[in-house]
Design a protein around this ligand. Structure first.
Ligand code: ZN
Length: 241
């Protein structure tokens, strides 16, 4: 048994019912969830958990159990109410998660605009970054933003597909087109495709098409060692924040 990750097939689900499988101190294990567990540079989701007619508890962090089979939802205060077997309702902090989805998809676009090896990255609701292995930059913030904007304006579809290790082995050309090499050994790999410009293994949550990202600004390009450049970006919301 493992936690069913409902957001992997529908990242737009904002709530779900689930059954409590385990509770260890403030960490609640569930049979299914819409909460993304921290990983791959994307933060764990926050939100609330409640029993029908019962008090509502804040979920402050979501992580994988060490075996990665179960997703653990960490509540702000310990409660014996959330015991194994209980039915609960989960509700995401959707505003934050949706920003993560826009940011995450924007980072995929950034990796196509700068086709260099990615050595790290972090998604945030306010700012996100990717680290690139680039010897010398000559990188221009406005030019990068313009090229991302062109992909946003094209409103390219973002889709996911699953491929088995065997299919990958038979189709080595597919791996060559990917900027990130797929992990082996899990039996199957989730791929995220953006139009015909990007295909890479990724377990994160993304928007359904690039138009939903909106306007993106490159806030900073930092030098992190001789071979490394850190590119920071943020979403520019029309409301003016
Ligand atoms: Zn992704």
């Amino acid at each position: 048994m493992r936690t069913e990750l409902l957001h992997q097939s529908d990242p737009y689900l904002q709530s779900c019912t689930a059954q409590v499988l385990s509770r260890e101190e403030r960490r609640i294990g569930l049979d299914r969830t819409v909460f993304y567990a921290a990983g791959g540079g994307q933060p764990g989701d926050v939100g609330t958990i409640a029993m029908p007619g019962g008090p509502r508890f804040r979920i402050e962090e979501t992580v994988y159990a060490p075996d990665r089979m179960f997703v653990l939802h960490e509540i702000g205060e310990d409660s014996a109410l959330l015991a194994p077997g209980e039915e609960v309702e989960l509700t995401l902090d959707w505003t934050r998660r949706h920003r993560h989805m826009r940011m995450h998809t924007a980072l995929h676009l950034l990796s196509t605009v700068l086709p260099y090896a990615v050595t790290g990255g972090q998604i945030g609701a306010e700012e996100s970054r990717l680290d690139f292995d680039i010897p010398d930059a000559g990188l221009d913030k406005d030019e990068i933003a313009e090229r991302i904007a062109a992909h946003v304006a094209a409103d390219l579809p973002v889709t996911t597909e699953w491929i088995t290790d065997e299919e990958l082995d038979r189709n080595s050309g597919l791996v060559k087109t990917m900027s990130v090499k797929p992990p082996r050994g899990a039996g199957r790999v989730r791929l995220v495709r953006i139009g015909d410009i990007d295909l890479q293994p990724c377990g994160g949550t993304h928007v359904r098409s690039t138009g939903e990202i909106g306007r993106v600004e490159i806030t900073k390009i930092e030098k992190k060692g001789r071979q490394n450049r850190r590119v920071r970006l943020r979403l520019v919301d029309e409301a003016g924040d």
